[in-house]
Design a protein around this ligand. Structure first.
Ligand code: HEM
Length: 320
């Protein structure tokens, strides 16, 4: 095949690391336009303004370095963000993060709604109407919070289904499953208590139905419905109680438990899908074989589950 002459690429558009060095012995500055990096004056010849600009560019990195020296956070963040994940990790593993994102959206939109909402039986409905009709972007934020609640409930169930069907509730992640169950109950509590807050006809009657359903539960059911109703009939005290549960009690518990849930995810790593065979090294101890987790060599996120010291070899069954 005939070879065509290659067109000459102008030196000025070739990035410095790829630029051909001058022929040895030719010396001096090459002919033509000087490369842009040589044009920059050395620091001793820079003007005061240039020096200030350079320092300005470095300032954010310097500030981060200053904070990091005092917090030693970069090691933690590197450990958290650059985790090894098991082979076969797929889109189903994003459901937990999607639930977390939905929670953050609920928290942020909830804060803005709280700035305008009045938790009073006589004013709640009007304050919601005010948010929807008069406050800039009020209807949008209210809509995000209202639909976001359903999104979070759907996502949490899908995430729970993923962890169940992938066997992620097994040793050593039972505690994270239990924390997850509490998170599910708290999320449902948020959805239920939030529903009454607009105090319109629909939320009023739906909450009576919900409270009565709670009352049918065994042993604690009647006590629970009495507690929720906060009186013989659903009224102003019920609204105040639901508001306190929705705004103060449950969000605090949710944040604390999500923190514990995430800590365990980072500490233990995630499980491989059940169809991925975790290879077991020859002569692995029975306890090490118990681990059905991030890798098949008896380690959970790099640490041996049987407490034995970790030798220098690479992790089996894990993709970096
Ligand atoms: C606010 C609710 C929740 C949030 C924000 C959340 C978040 C997460 C995240 C980000 C992960 C790691 C990535 C993943 O596997 O998807 C995870 C893992 C896990 N979650 Fe949740 N989760 C929540 C509720 C639940 C519930 C309701 C359960 C079960 C009852 C549960 C059980 C687990 C388990 C067992 C793991 C470990 C998965 C593995 O090792 O493969 N979580 N969660």
């Amino acid at each position: 095949m005939p070879s065509f002459p290659k067109p000459k690429i102008p030196d000025s558009i070739v990035p410095p690391p790829l630029r051909k060095p001058g022929k040895p012995g030719t010396g001096g500055t090459p002919k033509g336009q000087a490369p842009s990096d040589l044009k920059t004056a050395p620091p001793e010849r820079q003007s005061h303004g240039d020096k200030l600009l350079e320092r300005g560019k470095e300032a954010p990195i310097d500030a981060l370095g200053w904070v990091d020296q005092r917090l030693a956070a970069s090691g933690f963040l590197t450990g958290m963000l650059y985790r090894k994940v098991p082979k076969g990790t797929n889109w189903f593993y994003t459901l937990g993060s999607a639930t977390l994102f939905a929670f953050i959206v609920q928290a942020v939109t909830g804060v803005f709604l709280a700035m305008y909402y009045t938790p009073s039986a006589t004013q709640a409905y009007a304050s919601i109407a005010h948010i929807n009709n008069d406050v800039p972007l009020g209807q949008f934020v209210h809509g995000m919070h209202k639909w976001g609640a359903s999104v979070m409930v759907i996502l949490i169930f899908l995430h729970m289904g993923r962890t169940f069907f992938f066997g992620a509730y097994k040793y050593p992640r039972e505690l994270n499953w239990v924390i997850g169950v509490v998170l599910l109950i708290l999320t449902m509590t948020m959805a239920f208590t939030g529903y009454l807050l607009p105090f319109d006809q629909r939320s009023f009657w739906a909450s009576i139905v919900g409270i009565n359903i709670n009352g049918t539960g065994p042993v604690v059911g009647p006590y629970l419905s009495d507690f929720l109703r906060a009186g013989p009939e659903l009224g102003a005290t019920t609204l105040a109680r639901f508001y306190a549960i929705h705004m103060l009690l449950v969000p605090g518990a949710l944040i604390a438990l999500i923190g514990a849930h995430m800590y365990l995810v980072v500490k233990l790593g995630t499980t491989a899908p059940p169809w991925v065979n975790a290879e077991r090294p020859k002569g692995a101890s029975p306890l090490a074989q118990l681990d059905a987790g991030a890798n098949g060599n008896g380690r959970v996120n790099g640490n041996r589950v049987d407490g034995a010291p970790v030798s220098g070899e690479g992790t089996n069954g894990s993709a970096s």
